[in-house]
Design a protein around this ligand. Structure first.
Ligand code: NI
Length: 161
């Protein structure tokens, strides 16, 4: 499922961004796409600041990847939509993204490190793509099997309590 662009970042979208930040921090997670709370709009929020440092929320609407580096980076990724599962995913190490900020101003941002991984992961959500879709077919099947097993065990633990 593909999410739709917003016409502009207005009060309604800012409220959505605030709700998303609240959900993301509560999880806790470092990124969230609107579709993950059931809203099919091209909106995402991130905060990749190191634990224990000042929060640095980034609100993004209509992101567009302008450029990606040839250099790749491997990062252990997880997702609030597939709880408890993490896998190493290879993506471009750096990217340049154009987007609308919280005040509806057009911005471009050069991303590297964790931010580059996070923003590519979140933009994928807007296009209906999950991090496991970047794995080989074999790896993805194994990974989803592992996930289902973990979910079953979790359900069983809950039933026993
Ligand atoms: Ni995710």
């Amino acid at each position: 499922m593909t999410s739709y662009p917003v016409e502009q970042v207005d009060d309604e979208i800012r409220t959505l961004m605030d709700d998303m930040l609240e959900t993301m921090y509560a999880a806790p997670g470092i990124g969230l796409a609107a579709i993950q709370i059931g809203v099919p709009k091209r909106v995402l929020v991130m905060d990749v600041s190191p634990e224990g440092e000042e929060p640095n929320p980034i609100c993004v609407a209509n992101p567009e990847i302008l450029k990606t580096s040839d250099a790749l980076a491997e990062c252990e990724e997880g997702c609030l939509s597939i709880p408890d599962l993490t896998e190493k995913v290879v993506r471009p190490a750096e990217c340049r993204v154009r987007y609308l900020d919280r005040d509806n101003n057009e911005q471009t941002m050069n991303c590297s490190g964790l931010l580059a991984t996070c923003i590519q992961h979140e933009i994928d959500h807007l296009n209906g793509v999950l991090f496991v879709d970047h794995l080989s077919k074999l790896k993805k099947d194994l990974s989803l099997k592992k996930y289902k097993k973990m979910q079953r065990e979790k359900m069983r633990d809950m039933a026993e309590k």
